[in-house]
Design a protein around this ligand. Structure first.
Ligand code: ADP
Ligand code: MG
Length: 240
């Protein structure tokens, strides 16, 4: 579903992505973990084409990342992204947040979009908040709406960039539970997160990044119990 082949990117002198090779199969859940500055967010942004790359290729479902125009809009719709900050439209209701993309980009009829949105809000457990505005919801609820909004575009793959790191501790699990359900339903997911419980429960693979490189790839069990590189050991000793 997602294939990165010899991907390189620089920010000036900084080699932020260095020869990244990564394959994520349909239905697979990959958790990306690593210290701050490793290039994890840049990796997500490159996959969603929010950042260009200098060399190498990125394919989504067999299609090479197009440069611009309509194919790019199409590709963006295929790749859902949920960020640390919830990024909901503040002046739209919860329901409008979820219907906007499908009516504008997917050209869904209003009634259909509304029906789909209510089903998705139900799925993430906030259907009863549909007529409220984002500021009236808790962080955990807002993040679940952000997930519903992404799903409304019927993406082929979902990227999550530290989706729970801005949340109060008691709200982390309600978001992780939604993500775990999504994983069980067979969604292809790339998740930047240091939540080990989630990785153990939902991930097929953990990818450890540092200094712009993929340093290790292993099952969660292998990675957390027997990391191979000193960088990973050092990192784990700090977060455990
Ligand atoms: P992570 O998400 O793993 O913390 P990032 O991908 O955000 O890492 O950043 C990797 C490195 O690239 C960091 O050193 C960061 O300062 C740098 N960086 C990120 N975005 C930019 C940018 N737009 N311009 C210049 N440097 C950037
Ligand atoms: Mg980041």
């Amino acid at each position: 579903m997602v294939v990165l082949d010899h991907v390189n990117k620089h920010f000036g002198d900084l080699h932020v992505l260095e020869d990244i090779n990564l394959t994520v199969k349909r239905g697979e859940v990959v958790v990306v973990i690593g210290p701050s500055g490793a290039g994890k967010s840049t990796l997500c942004r490159a996959i969603n084409r929010l950042e260009t790359i200098d060399s190498g290729t990125i394919e989504i479902d067999g299609v090479s990342l197009p440069a611009e125009g309509r194919p790019l809009a199409r590709l963006r719709a295929d790749v859902g992204m949920v960020f640390q900050s919830f990024n909901l439209f503040a002046h739209k209701t919860i329901l409008e947040n979820v219907t906007l993309g499908p009516t504008k980009v997917r050209r869904l009829q209003k009634a259909q979009a509304r029906e789909q949105a209510m089903a998705l809000l139900e799925r993430v457990g906030v259907a009863n908040q549909a007529d409220k505005y984002p500021a009236q919801l808790s962080g955990g609820q807002q993040q679940r709406v952000a997930i519903a909004r992404s799903l409304a575009m019927r993406p082929k793959v979902m990227l999550f960039d530290e989706p729970t790191s801005a949340l109060d501790p008691e709200m982390i699990n309600e978001v992780l539970d939604v993500m775990t359900d999504l994983a069980k339903d067979g969604m292809t997911m790339i998740v930047v997160s240091h939540e080990m419980g989630f990785a153990r429960k939902a991930a097929n693979r953990v990818v450890f990044m540092a200094d712009g490189k993929v340093m290790e790839e292993a099952t969660p069990e292998e990675f957390f119990t027997n990391p191979q590189t000193s960088r990973a050991k050092d990192f784990l000793s700090k977060i455990l």
